[in-house]
Design a protein around this ligand. Structure first.
Ligand code: RIB
Ligand code: CA
Length: 388
């Protein structure tokens, strides 16, 4: 069952209907397709759309993507997140110009989350969103269509070929699903940076991208689109070092020099804040997960998103029948595993008598649970410096 909103809905009506409809789907144990970690194919054949809130690590991730011949970047869409849209959109355009890829259409998207006020991370990414690194005003203009419309057009032009790569809050992705619900069966998959099964980075519970727009995140996780989730569980193991900066400075291209400036300022900024390790390359790891999934180890989970917690909104909860190893006996791999997925205890005012939300395990995401950081940085620095 796919959620079918009407275009006349208000944002609140859309979110309420979407999450209710999708929750009914999960309550009925609808067949949310088992996750499959999508990955890049031969050069130039892997169509992707990158949705981004540049953002220091977004900027390096965009440069990595534009230096990766496997990717056919059909579009880049900007969303408010690390800094307001008025900055994330021109910052995306700056990266496109530095990479010499003004052929890629860039669209502006949501200036705020579906139902919440925008909370930014300017304290991390600097007032200009690039950690204080200054590049000229972009000459390249964004296209006229809004992000959700560009996503819809590209996915419909190439049905089942396009992988969406959100590396910021999921507002644009959720909006695209709302304006064209059939997209959930036309998108090849989602490879996202976001979420965490090991605690948050903006609150103890929530990772920033999901924290900013938990309602959008819930709609995406409940959509039925196969998801690869690259969360803090692995991105925390990717700290940029001075050696990485020196390797970028030794590169000969505008991409390498721009990346070196951004990286140097980012390391200096984190040191000035008292951190002993460099900034994490959250978003680049999501791009790398698509380029070479063997860098990471994945595990199937049913992921749902807390949207009403006063202290925990934005938390991604991972349900799996096996805490650690997979205890299914040989030949039982395809067997649906019985398990209770519980919500909070019902209040006295509630008509519900039991918090069991579903009674079987149907994964909706492949979650990255470990990473070979050395191989990741070999790929990232090698591509940005032009040595790979
Ligand atoms: O939590 C890390 C995520 O939040 C990254 O995408 C970073 O750019 C910020 O948006
Ligand atoms: Ca980001």
């Amino acid at each position: 069952m796919h959620f079918k909103p009407s275009l006349r809905m208000t944002r609140r009506q859309f979110v309420t209907t979407a999450t209710a409809g999708l929750t009914v789907a999960s309550l009925r144990g609808q067949d949310l397709p088992a996750a499959s970690a999508t990955q890049a194919g031969p050069a130039g054949t892997s169509r992707v759309i990158i949705d981004t809130d540049p953002g220091v690590d977004d900027a390096l991730a965009l440069l990595l993507a534009m230096r990766s011949p496997e990717l056919k970047i059909e579009g880049i869409t900007a969303v408010a997140g690390n800094v307001p849209l008025e900055l994330t959109l021109p910052n995306a355009l700056r990266m496109v110009e530095i990479a010499g890829r003004a052929d890629i259409p860039v669209a502006g998207g949501a200036s705020r989350p579906l139902l919440r006020r925008l909370v930014t991370a300017a304290q991390v990414h600097g007032e200009n969103g690039l950690g204080g690194t200054v590049f000229p005003e972009p000459k390249t203009r964004p296209i006229a269509q809004p992000a959700a419309e560009l996503i819809r057009q590209i996915v419909r032009k190439y049905p089942r070929e396009v992988t969406l790569m959100p590396i910021g809050p999921l507002t644009n992705i959720a909006t695209a699903i709302s304006i064209d619900p059939d997209l959930v069966s036309l998108v090849k998959g989602i490879v996202m940076m976001g979420g965490s099964l090991s605690g948050g980075n903006i609150t103890p519970a929530a990772e920033f991208n999901v924290y900013v727009d938990p309602e959008a995140a819930r709609i995406v996780f409940q959509s039925g689109i196969p998801i690869t989730m690259v969360g803090l569980d692995v991105t925390r193991k990717t700290s940029l070092t001075d050696d990485h900066v020196r390797a970028l400075e030794s590169g000969q291209s505008p991409v390498s020099h721009a990346a070196a400036k951004i990286a140097r300022n980012a390391i200096d900024h984190t040191r000035a804040q008292g951190f002993v390790v460099g900034p994490n390359m959250h978003d680049s790891l999501a791009i790398a997960a698509y380029l070479d999934p063997t860098i990471l180890k994945f595990k199937d989970y049913y992921i749902d998103v807390e949207t009403s917690g006063e202290l925990t909104a934005g938390e991604t909860l991972g349900y799996s029948p096996t805490a650690g190893d997979d205890r299914r006996l040989p030949g039982q791999e395809k067997q649906t595993i019985k398990m209770s997925i519980r919500g909070s205890a019902p209040t006295l005012a509630s008509t519900r008598t039991s918090p069991v939300l579903r009674d079987q395990f149907l994964p909706n995401a492949k979650v990255a649970i470990d990473v070979d950081s050395g191989r990741f940085f070999d790929l990232l620095i090698g591509r940005l410096s032009g040595k790979q």
